[in-house]
Design a protein around this ligand. Structure first.
Ligand code: NAP
Length: 250
């Protein structure tokens, strides 16, 4: 039986690379995208690379779209093995300082990065519970780690913004709470820190390749039965030396 993996926001960036990597492992990858044209283009690219990819229209902020996608997955596969809540946006106001934040920006970011994750997770959870080893990966960020962001000697010492970082902090708590609810089931729920990757989200200023960020999601999506649940795991900043990965502080 095939393993099915749904990735939201899979038409570009880290999500597309995650679909590519999971497809290369022989999984059926369900390419969630809010725009049909962009989603079908990604599906074609993935199929051309040999992946069993299927586009599914999925705008995480649109409840009808989320429920339709869940119905489609159920009708086509009857089960979902992996959900990667990857879709995310970053927005800011003015020069980005907390005091410049406007309500519309805050709402827009939370709609996608927090409310959207809860909506998609709740819609897909009955299907994930039918899987022998369901895995949920919430693509978060180190900027959601309050410990990292308040470390005066850390690399984020100079960064102060509200919408995106606080949405990822909320996502971290969402992750921990689902892990708690599901601790007596086979479903594992973890948050991923892809590291700073060059994508449209940051005007391609990241120093890591999107594929490297995707590897973090793939690791958490394929955890063995004795793997962790309810952690923030991924890329760790190092001043020099080789790439490092591990659990980050909340
Ligand atoms: P990206 O290239 O901008 O991709 C974001 C994806 O999310 C796109 O496919 C986008 O679709 C989709 N999306 C946005 N709003 C959506 C919605 N309402 N419904 C469905 N899909 C939606 O950015 P990325 O860097 O790959 O980001 C992927 C995830 O990694 C995000 O959660 C981001 O916060 C996280 N992350 C990124 C970095 C980094 O350095 N890049 C670091 C830490 C965490 P459209 O093409 O239709 O806009």
């Amino acid at each position: 039986m095939t393993t099915t993996a749904l990735i939201t926001g899979a038409n570009k960036g880290i999500g597309l690379e995650t679909a590519r990597l999971l497809g290369a492992r022989g999984m059926t990858v369900l390419v969630g995208a809010r725009d049909a044209g962009r989603g079908q283009q990604a599906e074609r690219a993935l199929r051309a690379g040999g992946a069993d990819a299927r586009f599914v229209q999925l705008d995480v902020t649109d409840e009808a779209s989320v429920l339709r996608a869940a119905k489609w997955v159920e009708a086509e596969f009857g089960v979902l093995d992996i959900l990667i809540n990857n879709a995310g946006i970053a927005r800011g106001d003015g020069d980005g300082r907390p005091s410049q934040t406007t309500q519309p920006t805050l709402r827009e970011v939370y709609e996608t990065n927090v409310f959207g994750v809860v909506a998609v997770t709740n819609a897909m959870l009955p299907l994930l519970l039918r899987a022998p080893a369901g895995r949920i990966v919430n693509v978060s960020s180190e900027v959601g780690s309050i410990a990292s962001m308040t470390d005066p000697d850390g690399p984020m010492a100079g960064m102060a913004s509200v919408p995106y970082p606080s949405s990822k902090s909320a996502l971290n708590m969402v992750t921990a709470m689902y892990a708690k609810e599901l601790r007596d089931t086979p479903v594992k729920v973890n948050a991923a820190n892809p590291g700073y990757c060059a994508t449209d989200l940051n005007g391609h200023s990241g120093f890591r390749a999107p594929e490297q960020g995707a590897e973090v999601s793939v690791h958490l999506a394929t955890l063995p039965a004795d793997g962790p649940s309810g952690v923030l795991w991924g890329h760790l900043w190092t001043t020099d030396g080789p790439e490092a990965y591990g659990v980050l502080p909340w």
